[in-house]
Design a protein around this ligand. Sequence first.
Ligand code: HEM
Length: 423
Amino acid sequence: MALTRVASVGTTTPTTTSPTSPEPIYNPYAFAVHDNPYVIYTRLRDEAPAYWNPELRFWALSRFDDVLEGFHDFETFSSMGGVALESRRNRSHERPPFEQMIEMDPPDHTVFRKLVSRVFTVLRMAEMEDDVRQIVAGYIDAVIERGEADLVADITSPFPMDVISAVLGLSEADRPFLREVSDQILVREDGSIQIPQEAMEAMFDLLSYFQADLGRRRTSGGDGLISDLLLLEVDGRALTEAELLGFCVLLVIAGHETTTKLVSNAIEILSRHPNQRNELVAAPNLASGAVEEVLRFHNSTQYMHRTLTCDREMHGRQMHEGDSVLLLIGAANHDEREFGPTAEEFDLHRRPERHLAFGYGAHFCLGAALARLEGRVALEEIHRRLPDYEVDHDAKVRFHSSNVTGWSSLPIRFTPCSPSGNR
Ligand code: HEM
């Protein structure tokens, strides 16, 4: 399959969030929303639980029960029109150059998910714990004598890519390139639904990389999940190039971006909650509770897009077949109807019975066990080895995307130490 560079699509919309306007205006691309989405989320839940944005033409569901239903009812809320607002497309007409299971509905989705799900089970992930710890420790070793680091560039960005690359069978030398293009693919401009040219070029570069990688594996073999996929079959046939590319792109981006952001979000939040951070230093077994609360409190995935397959009324508003619907995970996870009056507070002892950080139902995050393992191990190691870290809040740089929330840069300072001293 030949790839062609695609031109920019979409429209520029300078919409901003105005907390004083009579009607809430929610634009997921507005940098002001990224700075604090929870103000507008509260208004959406209370004043417009079925919210329509006429400019960007999407509905947004913000209450826990509605978002849960959206994830659960794939027959009404289809993934086939794309899962990001800016890359939505007509469900039946347009075929992308790569086909990802995340953009399929059951029963097709079930067949594709089965091909890879055995690799990401809780049990298989637990076997990786020592390796993950070794990788994280190596990045801490590299900065610990300096007494300062960019948490993102030096620790939280490289280690998840190392882990997912090891699972997929991608070479160490290629990982900086893979991190760079994954980030670039997701970057968006303030208020604009338009996919920037740089993001499209980065997607082109990633697809070209995987085309070449697949070609090499076909002639000379190789390791890891990608090579396994070349030998697997669906409905008695080998996977097409578009399906193979779909798996590669999905797993490398999902495996890297969300977990990188999970850990840097955790450190940024804990640095603003010093008592809880001290508790974590004193009792590392609190790390898994802290991960769960970061996922609820400030998830690295803020929404998923769905397309309605039929007309539907919700909260007195008439929605139509083909309409876009955003399932606002970030808003649902702060819904006091589900989490009680302290929903807006960060509490690592909370242990919520359920949250929607990883979605729900057919598409429930395939990498949830891996993300939880990576998050826990990283928090344990960072709080054990850099216990007095301080975040330079004036110098931190936010990552601006459509639905991925996190930091591009998070400078920290800590007491220097020799790597062997506290390993
Ligand atoms: C904090 C980390 C993570 C978060 C918050 C997250 C979030 C999500 C969410 C919300 C979905 C549901 C998508 C939908 O319903 O449309 C999802 C699906 C998915 N995630 Fe994750 N994810 C994380 C980490 C990972 C990792 C480490 C991997 C690596 C394997 C991964 C791979 C996937 C895949 C392949 C799907 C699609 C599953 C399907 O379509 O059946 N994720 N993730």
